[in-house]
Design a protein around this ligand. Structure first.
Ligand code: PGA
Length: 255
């Protein structure tokens, strides 16, 4: 059982799913079900629902996060963008940056992800930095190079001390929404590599760093993943939309 800074964290990434009424039902079920669990629980709904979800979560121990933010730290003529400060105002403590869908579909390069990471911390939010390789990159034996490059881009921009107030999520792209999960050993290997990379710069920060696994985590496979030394929780997509399934994962993280 991991404790302290690395007490298990289970984060639900709803992506662009749901409507207001069903989101309300989902939040109530998760809030009630997780009330007696020890795991740290976090919900990341679509931005327009953040304020509503914040209200529904009031008085609970579940935290709120956003799925993305602008790399702009001020205000200005940036139509459609949402700043870290606005997310903070809406009640967020966390924000996901560099999700593979943002990288693949919306042009989030390593440089922009690093800028978003900095913007999140500038606003007092904890960034959840997502990294992970595609199937092609894994088959070419480039997993470690790709993942360490993604982490390095943020280290170069923000410095190792910034990781004291951050979370990293390893999400192999081939496992996201596909039903394929990295085996516990495959995931552990990458998690250990990430932690070793940080440890080479600062041992204390590395040992307190929460590193989540994401990619088709469900109630049935959460326990074996969470049992690995360097897996400190999960970033959950599809299964976070079903209260029972999400609570089963939170339960596995609360043992
Ligand atoms: P999944 O998504 O659990 O549906 O695979 C994980 C994620 O994209 O964060």
């Amino acid at each position: 059982m991991k404790t302290g800074l690395r007490a298990p964290l289970i984060a639900g990434n709803w992506k662009m799913h749901g409507a207001l009424a069903e989101s309300h039902a989902l939040v109530e079920a998760v809030r009630d079900g997780a009330a007696s669990m020890s795991a740290r629980v976090l919900l990341c709904p679509p931005s327009v629902y953040l304020t509503s979800v914040a209200g529904w979560l009031q008085g609970s121990r579940i935290a709120l996060g956003a799925q993305d933010l602008s790399e702009q730290t001020g205000s200005g003529a940036f139509t459609g963008e949402i700043s870290g400060r606005m997310l903070k105002d809406a009640g967020c403590e966390y924000v996901i940056v560099g999700h593979s869908e943002r990288r693949a579909l919306f042009g989030d390069t390593d440089a922009r992800v690093a800028a978003k990471f900095l913007a999140a911390q500038f606003a007092g939010l904890v960034p959840i930095l997502c990294v992970g390789e595609t199937l092609e990159q894994r088959e070419q034996g480039r997993t470690q190079a790709v993942v360490s490059g993604q982490v390095q881009a943020v280290l170069d921009a923000a410095g190792v001390d910034a990781l004291e107030q951050a979370v990293i999520a390893y999400e192999p792209v081939w496992a996201i929404g596909t039903g394929l999960t990295a085996s516990p050993v495959q995931a552990q290997e990458v998690h250990a590599m990430i932690r070793a990379m940080v440890a080479a710069l600062n041992d204390t920060i590395a040992s307190g760093l929460t590193v989540l696994y994401g990619g088709s985590v469900k109630g049935g496979n959460a326990g074996e993943l969470l049992a690995m030394d360097d897996i400190d929780g999960g970033l959950i997509g599809g299964a976070s939309l079903k209260a029972d399934e999400f609570l089963a994962i939170c339960g596995a993280a609360s043992i």
